[in-house]
Ligand binder design. Structure first.
Ligand code: C2E
Ligand code: MG
Ligand code: MG
Ligand code: MG
Length: 283
């Protein structure tokens, strides 16, 4: 029985526990209680204007700190949450946190900026999503355009018409819709402009190799051109080096995000980051 508190915990670290399947079950059971036990936190990564360097928004990235497992990567626990269906509940918490954070920063006197969060396919298929988003926006008086949701290509391209209805309903609530990791999935270009999306987010694998690999550079430039042709904003993620930023700026990419500008950080750290940023960039 993997659903254990303190007293059964030792047995899970016994020598028999070598199977990956058991590890997964254990993690999944722990994840079920992570939110109630205050082990989850959103960290926020700045997104800046490619031209002015000014912060335009932040992306919320989930962090799980477990007493025995330590810091578990979202690359590990998000898929677990998706497979178990737990993501619907976790995702609703993330939406609430994002809206509450927008209100908290506003009350702290910070200038308005958007907050972007990641959405899983399971959440988009859940018919409660629209109500959850609507209620959170209203509860925290979030202005139109200040919440953005990041979807994947497959979620948007999914021929299920219910997905399309959900996306339209979200847009009607004033929520921005970005396609995350763009270029890694299978987008039908013919379909792209039929969906109510607002941004393309170039996958960091292209950005990372752009300076050395001519084809990744070509793909990056093509995505920027495509996005602009369709009237969308284009974001580059995973920007780590000044020369990448310079090239993206030259190519008229709109927004940049990556370690070069800032790592994901707890909410309390953001005002300080903003102040340092203002000092560094005069004017
Ligand atoms: P993502 O949405 O594509 O997020 C970008 C990932 O790249 C984040 O990893 C971020 O920390 C990392 N990153 C940002 N800048 C750089 C950089 O300059 N260089 C490098 N090498 N990496 C950079 P993270 O935080 O580990 O998240 C991994 C993925 O987990 C996310 O990818 C997203 O798909 C998923 N995820 C995170 N939080 C949530 C959530 O609340 N809900 C859902 N559904 N998925 C989430
Ligand atoms: Mg994302
Ligand atoms: Mg991404
Ligand atoms: Mg991703």
């Amino acid at each position: 029985q993997a659903k254990a508190g303190g007293k059964d915990k030792a047995q899970f670290f016994s020598a028999e526990m070598t199977a990956r399947a058991e590890q997964r079950l254990y993690m999944e059971a722990q994840l079920r209680h992570a939110q109630a036990l205050n082990q989850l936190q959103l960290h926020w990564q700045p997104r800046v204007c490619a031209h002015s360097g000014r912060m335009l928004g932040v992306e919320g990235l989930l962090r799980w700190q477990h007493p025995e497992l330590g810091a578990v990567s979202p690359a590990v626990f998000i898929p677990l949450a998706e497979e178990s269906g737990l993501i619907v509940q976790l995702g609703a918490w993330v939406i609430e946190q994002a809206c509450a954070q927008i209100a908290a920063w506003r009350e702290a006197g910070l200038p308005a900026f958007f907050v972007s969060i990641n959405l899983s396919a399971r959440q988009l298929r859940d018919e409660r999503l629209i109500n959850t988003v609507r209620e959170c926006l209203a509860r925290h008086a979030v202005p139109e355009g200040q919440l953005e949701l990041e979807l994947t290509e497959s979620m948007v391209m999914d021929k299920a018409s219910s997905n399309l209805l959900q996306l339209h309903a979200l847009r009607a609530l004033g929520v921005g819709l970005a396609i995350d990791d763009f270029g890694t999935g299978y987008s039908s270009l013919a379909y792209l402009n039929r969906f109510p999306i607002t941004k393309l987010k170039i996958d960091r694998s292209f950005v990372h190799d752009m300076l050395e690999d001519p084809s990744d550079r070509a793909i990056t430039l093509a995505i920027i051109g495509l996005g602009h042709t369709l009237g969308l904003k284009v974001v580059a993620e995973g920007v780590e080096r000044p020369r990448e930023a310079a090239l993206l700026r030259e190519a008229r990419c709109d927004e940049l995000q990556g370690y070069l500008f800032g790592r994901p950080m707890p909410a309390e750290a953001l005002p300080r980051w903003l102040a340092d940023q203002a000092d560094a960039a005069p004017g």
